[in-house]
Write a protein that binds this ligand. Sequence first.
Ligand SMILES: Nc1ncnc2c1ncn2[C@@H]1O[C@H](COP(=O)(O)OP(=O)(O)OP(=O)(O)O)[C@@H](O)[C@H]1O
Ligand code: NI
Length: 350
Amino acid sequence: MTEPITAGSAVHPARAEPPAAQTRRLRAEGLTVSFRLPDATVRAVSGADFEVRPGRCLALVGESGCGKSVLAHALLGLLPGNAEVSGRVLLEQDGQELELVGAPQAVLARRVRGRSIGLIPQSPATHLTPVRTARAQLEEALRELGAARPRERADELAERHGLHPADLDRYPHELSGGMAQRVANAMALAGDPWLLLADEPTSGLDRPLVDRAMAALRELCDEGRAVLLITHDLRAAERVADDVAVMYAGRLVEAGPAGKVLHRPRHPYAAGLAAARPDRAFVPIPGMPPELTRLPDGCAFAPRCSAAGAACAVPPPTTGGVACHHPLPEQDARGGGGSPDRDPLESRRA
Ligand SMILES: Nc1ncnc2c1ncn2[C@@H]1O[C@H](COP(=O)(O)OP(=O)(O)OP(=O)(O)O)[C@@H](O)[C@H]1O
Ligand code: NI
């Protein structure tokens, strides 16, 4: 079921979930990723719990370097050899459960990557090989997926994603940012995956193109796919996300319905991010995130948190989706909640 829609949040009308929705789900429990370096360990993702389902978009937000891309790549088994992954990631589909953590590369290649889970990479333009046309790369992806008529299928995918088939005959440097984006979408969807990981799909695009890309992602959700959107653009997240998870120094510090997390955050970091929005108060959070090689034992945000106290020296428990010893008080959404006077972070946008 969809969570109740709160006023003032991104409003997405309730949708009928497709029949497959019951049998498709990705659930991460305690997902942890570290990179071993010769003289240190980078703790990129620490104990992440989240779930993605068809028809819903989960936006993973957080500052640069907090572990968002590493988390996405961990789901696909696309991490380098010095990565150590623990925890569980269960891919439920067609009445079966597949554990992705530690799954053999052959299984991930044959059953998961591109088929169940598609990746729209960070900076699509640079992800494409410069010396081959978009068509050559898309058709190759289709052949790997066993498509019967790759050329026709490539044309279909191009049109489906707002490209003219002739656009596919261009080399990556001949594509505009928006076109490269659409080629990346077409590649990610070539194998008809039900779950899409979109890693900063709009970095470098200007606002109208961002809005278009977000509308395209929303459509993919509405047609029954699941989307995990990685972004540091809270306004983009607000446009498409049903749920939002806020990441800080490798940890999910607050997760829940988008309207709640973006407009009535309870974790001081999530509140700080909301206040730092360029379209809001634009007040930056003082200080810098910690080095992931030297995370404190307790709350990693405590050094930047004005409310931190002695309790914060031990790791905070996660209660109601919020990992904090002293969360901001919950604000009652009933009776006009989300209206400007009830939302301390909302300085009405134009
Ligand atoms: N192969 C690796 N070896 C060591 N450290 C790595 C490796 N890959 C990533 N890291 C580190 O993991 C941390 C998380 O990186 P990640 O790319 O996930 O950040 P991000 O949240 O996606 O940031 P951005 O918004 O800039 O894309 C960073 O400190 C990064 O330097
Ligand atoms: Ni990233």
